[in-house]
Design a protein around this ligand. Structure first.
Ligand SMILES: [Zn+2]
Length: 333
């Protein structure tokens, strides 16, 4: 594994510089809040900083070796002085008893490393009791304890939590930078790197996850092919598809997400915006839809897809919800 200046991360150099500065000046904060969209690199940054804090043989001041037993266990999130707290499933809730259990653990001295680290992931999923319970630790942190909290953004958190953390806001990288980085750092062929960089919308972690999960890429292509076919399908075919869709809510949500990204691309194209499309491999389809339909139709489709997502979240009748969505899909013979 490389021990480069940027801790092996793609992008976010300013954040690495900031944290490295804290390490080498001995001015580490008690709590860091790292925000940004999923797949941007929040958890990776926190883990590399954890290595920086606990690596017994740093390659340079503030630069973890990333190869020793300590660094490797931290990378795998299997170090006794690293505690991970998160909601049990995506879309679940982080509960107060999880925070209390963490606090009991943090009151003990580290087992072997200089610092005990708590990593609280996707903290916007914490319920108010859990968030309030964490305040106590943020106000009076035990010695040798450092907290990392990750979240989508600061707006979804209690202001009292945000104000007690050093906030690091990670933003999407330029598409070209992700594409280049994937080629040079990870040796991914340029065609694939370019497509994944677009699909990730500048989130290197998500791009890399896609690279490692070809089945996720295939599922995406299937969902887009279904969409293409349904545009020219009659009511009976659409209702059949709705029936299949309603049987699996998780897949239903994934379909909505994929179709939403396509319609956002159509809206961008129809509005004449210069922003890069996400679905780079569907540019012909996006052009066709943008030319055949107008901006209003694209907007309506986006609202319809978002409304469907909300309805699914409230456990409404999934089949009826799917049927309404498919009837709203424009008909293009
Ligand atoms: Zn190390």
């Amino acid at each position: 594994m490389q021990t480069d200046k940027n801790w092996g991360l793609l992008g976010h150099e300013w954040a690495v510089d900031l944290l490295r500065g804290h390490l080498s000046n001995g001015r580490t904060r008690h709590a860091y809040l790292i925000t940004g969209p999923q797949g941007i690199g929040r958890r990776t940054l926190a883990l590399r900083m954890t290595q920086g804090l606990n690596c017994p043989q740093p390659a340079a001041p503030g630069t973890p070796c990333q190869t020793c037993h300590t660094c490797q266990r931290i990378e795998r999130m299997q170090h006794p002085d690293l505690v991970i707290v998160k909601a049990e499933e995506a879309g679940g809730t982080l509960k107060v008893n999880q925070v209390r259990e963490l606090q009991r653990g943090l009151s003990l001295a580290p087992y072997e490393a200089p610092y005990k680290i708590a990593l609280l992931l996707r903290f916007e999923q914490a319920n108010p009791n859990a968030a309030n319970a964490l305040l106590k630790t943020l106000e009076e942190p035990p010695p040798q304890v450092i907290l990392f909290v990750t979240a989508q953004d600061t707006e979804t958190l209690l202001p009292t939590v945000v104000s007690r953390c050093e906030v690091i806001r990670l933003r999407p990288l330029p598409i070209d930078e992700v594409s280049q980085g994937m080629q040079t750092t990870w040796g991914i062929p340029d065609d694939e790197a370019n497509l994944l960089a677009h699909l990730s919308n500048g989130r290197p972690g998500y791009a890399y996850w896609l690279h490692q999960n070809p089945e996720a890429q295939e599922q995406r292509v299937t969902r887009l092919n279904d969409h293409h076919r349904l545009l020219s399908s009659n009511r009976v075919e659409r209702f059949n598809y709705a029936e299949t869709l309603a049987k699996d809510r998780t897949e239903f949500l994934q379909v909505l997400q994929t179709w939403l990204s396509l319609w956002r691309d159509v809206m961008l194209k129809a509005s004449g915006a210069q922003a890069p499309v996400i679905n780079l491999d569907c540019e012909n389809e996006i052009d066709r839809l943008a030319k055949t339909l107008n901006l209003d139709t694209a907007r309506q489709m986006i609202s319809s897809l978002e409304l469907t997502k909300t309805r699914l979240g409230y456990y409404t009748n999934a089949r009826l919800t799917a049927e309404v969505l498919l009837l709203n899909l424009p008909f293009i013979p």
